[in-house]
Write a protein that binds this ligand. Structure first.
Ligand code: PEP
Ligand code: MG
Length: 355
């Protein structure tokens, strides 16, 4: 979480998958990462020069002078290409035949906002708040969270920020919450399940988000919803929080939209029912792939199964978009598929509204 661009030039790991949260963090910091190399930490010694190609996943310990020069040249080319893309930054996200979509950024830590603004994003489509809870010894207080969310909302204003409520569990565990080690953490106490089992922790976060909602254009959404009942309970808690804040005289935006992530097969096939209760859907393709193909996204042994183009994934996305649109809801994709040009073009064809 605390890695900084400029100090850390690349990350290589023995374990993990390309959508492990550590890999996503590296990516959002603009740090090239190659994960799941099994024994790379034994092969590289302190002080070795290493060439890392995050595009192809190639890692060269002690590269020859020729290879090192080639990598340096490539790095300069990439930088120049980035500069070229800057010229497109302020163009509207509209296709040549006049179809407009929302093009947003993902945010892991508030410090990244400058980068979001520089990129010309129309807002933040996914603010992963759980990093707030990690790498520290105690729960963050309501005030601390409020200050952070308010800061994000203000700096992005008038752009939208969609704050995702805590998605703890899986590969994101806070030791001070006394969670036991689970045999199948991604199928266990994660996301909205964890939040509903810790109503006081959840309520504190909801209060902070609602209080911040008057400072900008804030929406909130729930992660990893599997059943209608979970959605119902989470929405009931939102109602309670709004009543509480009104009674206490705290301001909040009464029109703050509440949406949900669609990232489990059950949510896909209940999307028509759930659409009646939420303002929007945001498809978490990273998890949708993991849960639909029954493959742990952090397990390097089965990383080959991570296939966004599997027909089951494309059909699930299509079904979700259709169910959302039928109910008059907009549907976004906030997983990596939306940021990968090889798959985003398909999502555009499937009528996804927000990337
Ligand atoms: C997803 O699952 O696609 C998603 C965006 O959420 P996360 O990667 O944080 O699980
Ligand atoms: Mg997810």
């Amino acid at each position: 979480i605390h890695f900084h661009k400029g100090k850390v030039l690349a990350v290589v790991t023995d374990v993990g998958g390309r959508t492990s949260h550590s890999a996503l963090l590296a990516r959002s910091h603009g740090i090239p990462a190659v994960v799941g190399l099994k024994n790379v930490t034994r092969e590289i010694k302190d002080g070795d020069l290493v060439a890392v190609d995050g595009f192809s996943g190639a890692v060269w310990p002690k590269p020859s002078a020729r290879r090192a020069a080639r990598f340096a040249r490539r790095a300069r080319q990439l930088e120049a290409h980035g500069k070229e893309l800057e010229a497109l930054r302020d163009l509207p996200a509209t296709t040549v035949d006049g179809h407009s979509v929302e093009l947003s950024a993902n945010l892991e830590i508030p410090e990244e906002i400058a980068h979001v603004l520089e990129s010309g994003a129309s807002g933040v489509g996914l603010y992963r708040t759980e990093f707030f809870y990690l790498g520290r010894a105690h729960l963050p207080s309501e005030e601390e969270q409020f200050t952070a969310y308010q800061g994000v909302a203000q700096r992005l204003h008038p752009r939208t920020v969609i704050i995702r409520t805590m998605d703890l569990g899986g590969d994101k565990v806070a030791s001070y919450l006394n969670t036991e080690t689970e045999a199948n953490p991604f199928l266990g106490w994660r996301g909205i399940r964890f939040a509903l089992h810790h109503p006081e922790v959840f309520r504190t976060q909801l209060r902070a988000i609602y209080r911040a909602s008057v400072s900008g254009n804030v929406k909130l959404m729930f992660p990893m919803v599997t059943t209608y009942d979970e959605l119902d309970q989470a929405l009931a808690l939102c109602d309670e929080v709004r009543r509480e804040l009104t009674k206490e005289g705290h301001a909040f935006d009464p029109n703050c939209e509440v949406g949900m992530m669609v990232e489990t097969p059950s949510a896909v096939w209940s999307a028509d029912l759930m659409a009646k209760r939420v303002a929007f859907f945001s498809i978490g393709s990273n998890d949708l792939i993991q849960y639909t193909l029954a493959m742990d996204r952090g397990n390097s042994k089965i990383a080959y199964l991570y296939e966004p183009l599997d027909p089951s994934i494309l059909r699930s996305i299509r079904a979700t978009v259709e169910a959302g649109h039928k109910a008059g809801r907009w549907v976004g994709v906030c997983g990596e598929m939306a940021g990968d040009p090889r798959t985003s073009i398909l999502l555009l064809g499937m009528d996804v509204d927000e990337f």
